[in-house]
Design a protein around this ligand. Sequence first.
Ligand SMILES: [Zn+2]
Length: 123
Amino acid sequence: MIESEQSGAEGTEVWDRAQRDWLQAQGLPRVALRTGRTTFMHYAYYKDELAGINEYHLDRNGRLCTGWVPFADTEWSRSFDKVAGYAAWEVRVAPPRLTLAPSILCRICGNHGYIEDGRWRAA
Ligand SMILES: [Zn+2]
């Protein structure tokens, strides 16, 4: 069953209810936005400031995989700036047409792509 079918910014991908129910059973939060066929995100806030996204995708075995993508120049991020290996993403365009740089590479499964115009684009 198709609940929404629009083009454009985040959260407007066709959203199949059976797939959504299955994904939520795997741990996808109800508030997650769909950014592509098998990619999702939801915004995370720290002290009322948008601090990053939790990014979700299906790995090669069809299992839900997730990662934290903190935004640079936020209070949350500044508290980790001196931690070795810490990385934060530049927000080039604010939501709802969120565009981040650089690309996002999953350390768990190797999924690699970009968030551009609120959508996922595979690298
Ligand atoms: Zn992954």
